[in-house]
Design a protein around this ligand. Structure first.
Ligand SMILES: CCCCCCCC/C=C\CCCCCCCC(=O)SCCNC(=O)CCNC(=O)[C@H](O)C(C)(C)COP(=O)(O)OP(=O)(O)OC[C@H]1O[C@@H](n2cnc3c(N)ncnc32)[C@H](O)[C@@H]1OP(=O)(O)O
Length: 66
């Protein structure tokens, strides 16, 4: 479950362009998983977006409000 999501939009992505998406698992601490992601041009020269997120493991009952 997404607990936190930060997105920095550095440069607009031209309509119809192809981009490269790179995600990394930064660390895992118990139920917490920290992920980062970068969106760049395919040659890597232009940074479009950089993201960090925290996901928490949950039980099915959490989704049902338990
Ligand atoms: C345009 C370009 C983009 C490009 C990039 C794309 C890739 C980007 C990468 C990835 C994107 C993935 C896609 C995103 C999709 C978004 C849409 C959704 O996900 S919709 C769901 C929204 N989420 C909810 O509705 C959760 C609502 N919240 C909850 O249900 C609870 O608060 C929950 C489950 C998150 C935590 O509740 P508890 O009761 O299970 O756990 P507690 O005890 O509060 O926390 C456990 C530990 O986590 C820390 N923690 C909890 N929330 C935190 C937070 N917001 N920030 C920091 N730490 C937090 C706490 O401090 C604690 O840490 P200690 O164990 O003490 O070390």
């Amino acid at each position: 479950m997404t607990a936190n999501l930060n997105i920095n939009y550095r440069r607009p992505i031209p309509l119809g362009s192809t981009v490269l998406l790179e995600s990394s698992l930064e660390k895992k601490e118990g139920r917490k998983t920290f992920i980062t992601c970068r969106v760049t041009s395919t040659d890597g020269s232009k940074l479009h977006t950089e993201t960090s997120a925290l996901f928490l493991s949950i039980t099915a009952s959490h989704l049902l409000g338990g």
